[in-house]
Structures are given as structure tokens and as C-alpha cells.
Design a binder for this molecule. Sequence first.
Ligand SMILES: NC(=O)C1=CN([C@@H]2O[C@H](COP(=O)(O)OP(=O)(O)OC[C@H]3O[C@@H](n4cnc5c(N)ncnc54)[C@H](O)[C@@H]3O)[C@@H](O)[C@H]2O)C=CC1
Ligand SMILES: O=C(O)CCC(=O)C(=O)O
Length: 445
Amino acid sequence: MQVQLERVLEQVLARNPGEREFHQAVTEVFESLGPVLDRNPHYVDAAVLERLCEPERQIIFRVPWVDDAGQVRINRGFRVEFNSALGPYKGGLRFHPSVYLGIVKFLGFEQVFKNSLTGMPIGGGKGGSDFDPRGRSEGEVMRFCQSFMTELYRHIGEYTDVPAGDIGVGGREIGWLFGQYKRITNRYESGVITGKGVTWGGSLVRTEATGYGTVLFAERMLATRGLSFDGMRVVVSGAGNVAIHAIEKAQALGAHVVACSDSHGYVVDEAGIDLEVLRQVRDVERLPVAEYAARRPGAHYVPAARVWQVDAQVALPCATQNELDESDAKRLVDHGLLAVAEGANMPLTPEAVALVQSAGVLYAPGKAANAGGVATSALEMQQNASRDAWSFEHTEERLATIMARIHDNCAATAEEYGEPGNYVLGANIAGFTKVADAMIALGVV
Ligand SMILES: NC(=O)C1=CN([C@@H]2O[C@H](COP(=O)(O)OP(=O)(O)OC[C@H]3O[C@@H](n4cnc5c(N)ncnc54)[C@H](O)[C@@H]3O)[C@@H](O)[C@H]2O)C=CC1
Ligand SMILES: O=C(O)CCC(=O)C(=O)O
């Protein structure tokens, strides 16, 4: 089957030229699939691999808007509806200048496996734009969101495709996107988008879910070696939604979180990150993390450098793809790294993954570790469908159960395939099998 895998991979790379991140995500998954194809040759006969790598639909559109100076601006919008074998397409929207088709496809491809792992009835998709919200006024971002939705609305729906947030798209943007959808369609279709405000159809815990879930996954993974977060020295990258809630949950479990970052540099606070200050700086005032150091005695800021210069027992990359490379990994391993859990999507380069795995470091890939966000989006859809609103405690309990199940499923699958502790193999095979079986059951579609 190895030959088949290599042949399909070659085809995928050739058919999608220049899409570096998509190539990386597909290669990483294919590296795990040999043993499952050996046991299930019918997946090959049914061309499941070829179908999985070809999105069901790719939508690219113009997003015109007018800036505060009256100048017309044009951005490019994307929605890649990757796979709907398990349910409506589900996945976030990213607004960042680096966004192009290759990034949206890597994220959508990962999302298919991640959503399968959640055990919820959701397919995979992703979208976004090369729009850069940094430095833009509220009015500009709102007009951009409205223009983006003016095209996107015809492609989405509760039973079709359900977007949510990602980098650059938080609760504020979801509100403007949903508001425009409602206005155009004249329908209060709550289930069309998730990450909504709790007073207008959102779910408690959705905001916290990705960061909390990542730490819950890591907690269970650490427990397999008799370890816990209590007293553990933790470094987190990013200072956005996922990072802040990962810090919050890690601290609640007794961890000592000493550093976080943004795309300009990082802050170190040996007394422990003060979340109240960080939230004020990032969430309320939307300032760079440098401002945290300016307001916190004892903290210092290091510009134009990666946070992985700081020693950590547990590393939680929660910023962006390929943000931790082989040299970062080597430094961390040489200084006592015990575990990595990915809050971000594909934050470690392939070389970094190989290095931490061969050093015996516990490593949780994003498609498993950060699946709590999309799983809680599915819980939001459940509440919308039943016109209900659950308590924080109930929803958090559901999240904890889901994360435990994902962890145990990945661990058991890795063991079944002869590589105990290999969460990459476990996540890829467990995620793949469910989607592949559904695709075969649904026929050649
Ligand atoms: N929001 C969600 O529910 C989910 C998000 N993710 C992933 O988590 C990651 C973070 O997303 P959010 O927190 O939602 O976005 P966000 O926009 O709230 O925060 C992103 C953070 O990353 C930082 N950042 C961006 N590029 C960076 C770089 N090159 N170096 C250092 N820091 C950088 C930004 O400054 C910001 O602090 C992304 O990879 C996203 O795909 C994964 C699952 C769900
Ligand atoms: O909640 C969602 O639908 C999407 C979350 C997301 O974009 C992700 O898991 O990467």
C-alpha cells in the first residue's frame, strides 16, 4: 500500500502547485495511513484517498469595501467546503494578510479529521480572507465583514456549511457577519454560524473551549506518565483567544505559566502571567503584548524573537502554523521539555515534530488537542436546534468528556497499530477511518 500512498501523494502535490501548507498537512496524514490501508484495501479500491484530498467545493470571491478615507479596497475571500460525509461543513474563518488558497486548504483538510475525532456529526471546511484587521477602525472591520457575508451567505446554512471564528475573527466579527446574514436572508437562522454572543444564540464555554480543551487533553496525556500540570513550568505562544484560555486553564490546574507572545515578540513574567493585565491589553485595548510588560513590574519584553527561547516543561503553541521549528524544538528538548500540546493548527514544522517524538516528549497534534473548540461549536448547534441554552457547568462537563474521549481514542488507536504513545498516528488513523467508512457508505459522490 506504500506505493499507492506515494502515487496519490505525488498526484496531490502536482495537482495543487505552490500550496506549501496544504502539501505539508496531506504529507503528514499520509505518513500515518500505511497500516490502516494494509488492513483495509477497500479504501484504496474506492479511491478514498484521492477523494479526501479533493475538496468538494472551493469558493473564491471578491470582497470590495470602502475604508475610512473613502478609498475602495479589494480583498479576496475564500470558503473551501472540504468534506461533508459526516455532516455539514464546519470550520472557522481566518482574516490575516497571509491567507491564500494553500492555507485555507490545509486548514480545511485538518478540519475534516479533527471534526471526525470529536464524534459529532460535522464535516470539514474552512475559509477566510487576506484582509488585515490590524490598524483598521471598527467601522472598517464591520464594513468588511458585511461585504464578505454579502457573497458568503449564498453558500452557507444550518444544514450546508456552518462557519465560525479563527485568527482575526472573534465574537465581534461573528456578530457583524451574522447580522448581515440575518439582514440579507430575513431569517434568524442561529445554526448558520457559531461563536455567537451568549445573549443571541451563542453557547457558554465556546469562547474558552479551544484553550481549555487543549489543556484538558494535555492533562490526560501527562497523566499517562504519572505527571500533572501542578507546579509545571509552561510557555504559551500567542496572546489571542486560544492562548488566553489555555493560560487560564493551565493556571487553574496549578501550572506556572511564564511567557506568551504575539507576532512582534514575546513577554516573560517569572511571577506568572497576570491574566487580568493580559486581557485588558489584548482583548479590551487590542494592543501588542509589549504593553503587558510595560504595565507589569518584573515582566520583560523581547522584540522580534520567538517565545521558544524561554525554557518550558510544557509548551502550548497557540498562535499559528509552523511557528516552532527544529531549532526551537532542539533548544526546548535540551532544556527539559516534557510535553507539547498544539492549541494552534500545525504549529510545529515536520522536522520539529520528528525531533520531539524521537526525544520521547509527549506530543499532541492540533487536530486532536484543539478539537474542543469545534466540538463546542457543535454543542452550540445542538442548543440552537433545540432552542435551548445550557449552563456553563453542563457545557464544560460535556467539553471535558469529549476531550477525554478524543484522547483515549487516539491513544487506543496508536496502541492497536503497534505504536503506543504516538498520538499523531492515533489521531490520523482514528480520524480517517470514520470519514472513510462514511464516504464508502454514501457511494461515489
Ligand atoms: N479560535 C478557535 O476556536 C480555534 C483556533 N485554532 C487555532 O488557534 C490558533 C490561534 O487562533 P485564535 O486564538 O483563535 O486567534 P486570535 O486571532 O485570537 O489570536 C492569534 C494570536 O496569534 C498571534 N500570532 C499570529 N501570528 C503569530 C506569529 N507568527 N508569531 C507569534 N504570534 C503570532 C497573534 O498575535 C495573536 O495573539 C490558530 O492557529 C487557529 O487556527 C484552532 C482551533 C480552534
Ligand atoms: O468552531 C468551529 O467551527 C471552527 C474551529 C476551527 O476553526 C478550528 O478548529 O480550527
